[in-house]
Design a protein around this ligand. Structure first.
Ligand SMILES: Cc1ncc(COP(=O)(O)O)c(C=O)c1O
Length: 492
């Protein structure tokens, strides 16, 4: 197994949780109203006229003006035209440091020529899709199986959400049980049954607008990092027909926004074995970002099923996949094979596993492997996080910065550190109102970062890639310094 990993020092979850506890009890510190107004006028209104006009028109045809949740930006989204390495360029001619990285897939940086050239070659030969088998389906599947010991077989889907849905079906077929347990606050895509306990632990179905509550009959959540809570749920399920699967985001809910103890995953594996539940690692973010052997390689865990997304197609469309032991993957076999005595999971997707996704994925993984990209991106994450921690101290701010390799967190308001306690239902409206208020401040911070040439993921997460150099990180820190020098305590 490949033992090169992006994480050089594992974050101390207890220490970080204490800091995040203090952050959500502290008054809100955010970009000063004066600085925000200045950015809105001088940057967005005066310096981004082409974006402003286009988004104004797009709003007539696209709900909210953008097709992608992460593209939303205060006071209006910017229109990007070019992406190269660690930089993005908008249509008004500005250059940005890219810490969004398309939401995580581009560990090599944007649009690497080594992948693009192979994609263009394939497009010229046979176009993006045929619906029939292509050699890159085989090559990508083989590469994934060779990289991750627990993955004996691999099937490609259109997205991480679809792959999570497939994992549930396989787990139910393989175990004959229905119940699915997930960590509160974790994100496993937007399918009905997993839209449970999203963002904030304890929220159950209250944030899953549009999903009837009966669909959550067999989904449960437990508080992150709390093995007793998981075991209680597993025990309870023994009386309710057992547990089909436990879904885990291995660095913690929302890509480690709420970090986990280092031994947590190993203990979850032990509990899954004890209660005969399948362990599903959702490696949509961590797969081929934490290392070629995934977060499971780092934690020394062998899950039954692994969900892939993002990096699996290198930033190209059709980024989803499920891998695991043959015994489970057989439920995804196409067609009827002689001797088949099992019911297969209903899965599909006209545009799943196109030659385009597979060629892009294959050469992305090859290049990550060859160039030790996970580790290099992780070192850039370390440098960025250390720099942010120094700036937080310099400006005496209550903010919290930490990282799991190239997944960096800059918590300025701690929105995701809140949780809902049903034993004290009268506190729930306060939590919902407080997080909404803090989310607005994150949008304002996002606008300030953007105006200073920094593209972040929703103002609080920063992915680094192997395209960054130390000089670029240091340059970006100067921009964070400018934003941090304009922070004030926000009065209600
Ligand atoms: C951990 C995790 N699982 C699943 C998903 C869903 O993947 P997709 O957006 O490809 O549907 C995401 C997306 O961000 C994710 O972060």
């Amino acid at each position: 197994m490949d033992t090169r990993f992006a994480i050089s020092t594992y974050p101390d979850a207890v220490e970080i949780s204490k800091k995040l506890d203090a952050l959500i009890k502290s008054p809100i510190y955010s970009i000063s109203r004066e600085a925000l107004a200045h950015y809105e006028r001088t940057y967005f209104d005066e310096s981004c006229p082409l974006s402003k006009t286009m988004i104004g028109e797009a709003k007539h045809y696209i709900p909210g003006g953008v097709q992608h949740n992460l593209a939303f930006n205060h006071p209006f989204p910017l229109v990007m035209k070019k992406a190269e390495g660690a930089y993005l360029y908008d249509i008004d001619g500005h250059r940005y440091f890219d810490f969004l990285q398309a939401g995580g897939p581009t560990v090599l940086g944007s649009n690497p020529p080594s992948v693009r050239e192979k994609v263009v070659e394939l497009l010229q030969d046979g176009g993006p899709s045929t619906g029939l088998f292509h050699e890159y389906e085989y090559k990508l599947a083989k590469k994934v199986c060779e990289s991750i010991p627990s993955v004996e077989m691999f099937r490609m889907f259109n997205s991480g959400s679809e792959a999570c849905m497939a994992a549930i079906r396989v787990a139910r077929l393989a175990t004959g049980r229905k119940n699915i347990i997930k960590m509160g606050g974790a994100y496993h895509g937007w399918s009905d049954q997993l839209a449970y306990g999203i963002r904030l632990p304890g929220t159950k179905g209250i944030q899953a607008h549009g999903v009837p509550s009966y669909l959550f009959k067999h989904t449960q959540e437990f508080f992150p990092n709390n093995l007793d809570a998981l075991e209680r749920t597993l025990r309870l399920n023994k009386l309710r027909g057992g547990t089909a699967a436990v879904f885990i985001e291995p660095v913690g809910p929302e890509s480690g926004t709420r970090p986990l103890d280092k031994n947590f995953n190993k203990e979850v594996e032990r509990l899954c074995h004890a209660y005969h539940a399948l362990l599903v690692f959702d490696e949509v973010v961590t797969g081929f970002r934490i290392g070629m052997a995934g977060a499971q390689g780092y934690f020394g865990v062998s899950p039954d099923l692994t969900v892939f997304g993002k990096v699996i197609a290198g930033g190209y469309p059709g980024a989803g996949g499920l891998g695991g032991k043959q015994d489970y993957m057989k439920y995804l076999a196409a067609g009827i094979q002689t001797g088949d005595k099992i019911h297969k999971a209903l899965v599909g997707g006209t545009m799943a596993a196109t030659p385009l996704s597979c060629v892009a994925g294959y050469y992305t993984l090859e290049e990550i492997d060859k160039s030790d990209a996970c580790k290099r991106a992780g070192l850039m994450g370390d440098r960025l996080t250390k720099g942010l921690q120094t700036l937080i101290e310099k400006h005496s701010l209550p903010f919290v910065a930490f990282n799991q390799g190239s997944i960096c967190h800059l918590e300025t308001v701690g929105t995701m550190h809140f949780s809902v306690n049903w034993k004290k239902p009268w506190t729930i409206p306060h939590v919902i109102a407080e997080t909404a208020k803090r989310k607005k401040e994150m949008e304002y911070m996002g606008a300030a970062y953007m105006a200073e040439g920094l593209v972040t993921l929703a103002g609080s997460r920063l992915y680094t890639s192997a395209a960054y150099t130390e000089e670029m990180i240091d340059e970006s820190l100067k921009a964070f310094d400018r934003v941090f020098s304009q922070i004030e305590c926000i009065k209600d």
